[in-house]
Write a protein that binds this ligand. Sequence first.
Ligand SMILES: [Zn+2]
Length: 360
Amino acid sequence: MAALTGAGRYFDGRTARPVPVSLRLEAGRLAVSGPDLRRDWNGLDLRAEDARPPLMRVGPADTPERVEFSDEALAAALEALCPDLHVGPAGQGGTLTVALWSMAAGITLLGLAAFGVPVLADAIAPLVPAAVEERIGALVEDQIGSLLGNPPACAAPEGRAALDRLVAQLRGDLPPGLRVSVRRSRTDANALTLPGGRVMVLSKLLDEARSPDEFAGVLAHEFGHVAARDPTRSLIRSSGIAYLLGYLVGDVAGSAVIVALGENVLSAGYSREAERAADAYAVAAVTRAGGDAATLATILERIAADRDESLAFLRSHPFTRERAAAIRSRAAPPAADRPPLLDTPSWAALRAICATNPPG
Ligand SMILES: [Zn+2]
């Protein structure tokens, strides 16, 4: 097939700023070029978002980047080339996703009238398709990265391997999409759970932890939020489903919505019930792994006592004396001869996971 060319607009998925680009479809690949911008996408990876023809908006399934154009020949060639063009990121039909969401919107309005928002968030969260959560989670993670001043992601190989081992011991039957990342922070001893099973650990938390068990407790607490889909619930509750809908049906280029979602994740705390449930999940997970679950209360008390650090952490996970007492009463002491969750060198490697990054 001869090369097809056309003009279009590129969006990076984080800001609403369109960048004029030229497009070239040749040998199964879509080349996008503009000022300081070169992309070469495999046609088989491309997915189309819903847009009003002749406008077409496409991008690789695994990134938020998109290009849009109104060239009918190019659109027809892409349709012919990409069998999965209208398939959602995890195999759900794009149209089906939108239909589901339209239904959800209908239910939302009814529910809003009848019960108010919190009940509704609980009802809607389980209906959000995993692929949609995953997509929102990826964008929110980027956005939170910028809100935190783009701290480098920490990935020293030995530290990463130790973290993966700890995650494997604690994850239970959480879905395979679970992803734990560490970002450097000298000021916030915190961990955040984002939609789609993303857990972001800020490295000060590792500095603050005095044993693998303490850190495991906090990590497993976040896994409790993952299991309960609390971030999605919280987003629906405070941003309103309209944001999500607007994003999904493609009316919004992304930016405003994603900024709002990122700020929301950083500022919204969970309910006491959600915190208690996440603590119970953590105690069960750490105990199952053979760790000392009561140390979750110890590290939370230590962080809460430090006024500088407590702000960020307490905002996302309101901590109370009752929580500490509940954790201690649930936690069974570990067997005396149990192997540690991580041996000493692995724990040291995990705490140094940011060491290869430049200071930030
Ligand atoms: Zn929490």
